[in-house]
Structure formats: C-alpha cells, structure tokens
Design a protein around this ligand. Structure first.
Ligand code: NAP
Length: 247
C-alpha cells in the first residue's frame, strides 16, 4: 500500500500528474524540484527543492520520508537524476515509473539536422548564422566559442552572470504560441533554430513556426530513456499508480 509518493519533477507532465494524484484519498504527494528556477509555478501537495546528495542521499530520503513509490517525471535530458532514481529505487526496493512524453517526429516540410548531442550542434552551425537557441541555461556555455555566429538565447530567468556580446538573452516561460514564436523568428532575422527534442505541446510552437518559415532546425536528439516501465501520458502514469496502490 503506497501512502507517500515522490514525483521527481520540473516538467509540465510532473505538474499535471501532481494535480491528478494529489486529491487521491490516503495519498501524500511530494514533488521534488532541483531548484534551478527562481520562482517555479505553484504545485499541489508538498514541494521540496534541491538535490538529494547523489544516490546515497536519495536512498536515505526514500527511507526516512517513507516514500512508497517514485514517479520520475523529469525532463528527458535530465539524465543524472534519472540514473540516480534507477539506482536508489533498486537499493531501497521502491517501485519506480518513468513518465516521459514522446519525442517530436519530423514532418515532411521540416528541415531538421538531427544531432546526437550539444557538442555536435555547436559544430553544425554555419558562420554568419543568426541562431535562436532554446536549449536551456546550462548548455549555453558550449556555444560561447562560436563568435562567428550570433545567438538569441531564451531562458526562464535572467542570467546572473553576463553573456558575451554575440549573445542576446530573452526570458520566457512556456507554453509559447505559434504566433509568438513566428514573431520572434521574423523580428530577430533568425536563420537557424537549435532545440532539444523535448517533445510535448508547450514548446512545439517554435517547431511549427520554423516549418512555416522554412527555417532549418538543429535538433538535439534525446539520450536513451532510463530502464524500467515508461508511461508516455499522465493517464498511463495514473493507471500505474492505481496498480501499485492496490498491491
Ligand atoms: P540532471 O543533470 O539530471 O541532475 C543534476 C543533479 O541535480 C542531480 O544529480 C540532482 O542532485 C539534482 N536534481 C535534478 N533534478 C532534480 C529534482 N527533480 N529534484 C531534486 N534534485 C534534482 O538535471 P538537469 O538536467 O539539471 O535538470 C534539473 C531539473 O530541471 C529537473 O527537475 C528537470 O526535470 C528540469 N528540466 C531540465 C531540462 C533539461 O533540458 N535538462 C529542461 C527542462 C526542465 P543530487 O545528485 O544532489 O540529488
């Protein structure tokens, strides 16, 4: 019988899952956030922030907080916390589900250059490109040496440290409409988008806008998903939860 559920969060799906699971009778829902975003959107249930201190810290947390099951609803590119969850749940004997939305699939009109990682994305850019960079704050430094390219980088919070002159920063939190993304691409004379294949609706607007404007996309492919059961939808995760709660 699961009475306390830990959601490893930081995604739209994690928030939606918390909203669905929190009202369930007899279940306490705790969402864990890494703490990267200064003012995260409000969430139902209990919210904790900050790392656990590696695998050992997470094992300790699962035991002391009497967590009965874990939903790893972190972003598909958050590989370290997912790997820690695999190890910690195995060590503590807790059931774990990965909730991960499916990746975007290129449409016939899309001009994607699919690359395996950020480093390859950096090398793929052409001198003189005006790039819309939507890869998140932590990946930006990898592009800094491309002084032959100008970047428009979008992030949730204003960065604390200044960026080099060939970077312009815009802040924004999804969902982003196609119309707004089209406006950004046109107003800034963007010639190339660099994005992670995150999947989901909230950030798909930019993909539609690049398709409409025939702008090429350097698409960073996802790392392999963590092992074990995976649900692609919140509904699927709710079914898994119902099954483990009945055990
Ligand atoms: P990461 O590289 O996989 O994890 C680095 C460390 O951050 C982990 O070892 C863990 O520290 C801590 N951590 C990460 N997620 C955590 C969580 N939900 N709760 C508590 N600690 C967490 O993670 P990341 O790629 O930096 O992503 C951080 C957060 O941002 C995640 O919640 C993720 O869902 C969200 N996010 C990431 C991306 C992306 O592109 N990577 C995009 C959107 C949202 P300890 O070892 O100390 O436990």
């Amino acid at each position: 019988m699961v009475e306390r559920l830990l959601i490893l969060g930081g995604t739209t799906e994690a928030a939606e899952f918390a909203r669905r699971a929190d009202p369930l009778k007899g279940l306490t829902v705790i969402t864990s956030l890494a703490g990267r975003t200064r003012q995260p959107a409000p969430l139902p249930g209990t919210v904790r922030r900050g790392g656990f201190g590696g695998v050992d810290g997470l094992v300790r947390y699962l035991r002391t907080e009497r967590i009965g099951a874990v939903i790893d609803a972190t972003h598909p590119f958050a590989v370290q916390i997912s790997a820690h969850a695999v190890e910690a749940c195995a060590a503590a004997g807790r059931p774990r589900l990965v909730l991960q939305r499916p990746p975007w699939i290129p449409q016939p009109e899309d001009q994607w250059h699919s690359v395996p990682d950020t480093q390859t994305a950096v090398r793929t850019l052409e001198p003189g490109d005006r790039v819309f960079l939507t890869v998140g704050r932590q990946e930006l430094a990898a592009f800094a040496d491309r002084t032959d390219v100008r970047f428009l980088a979008r992030m949730i919070d204003v960065p604390e440290t200044p960026f080099p002159d060939h970077f312009e920063i815009v802040t924004g939190r999804g969902p982003f409409s196609v119309a707004d993304e089209r406006r950004i691409l046109i107003d800034h004379g963007i010639t190339c988008l660099v994005a992670k294949n995150s999947g989901g609706e909230a950030s798909y607007g930019k993909i539609v806008a690049t398709r409409e404007l025939a702008i090429p996309v350097v698409m960073i492919q996802r790392p392999a998903p963590p092992p074990g059961p995976v649900a692609e939808t919140v509904e699927g995760a709710m079914e898994w939860l119902a099954a483990v709660c009945d055990e």
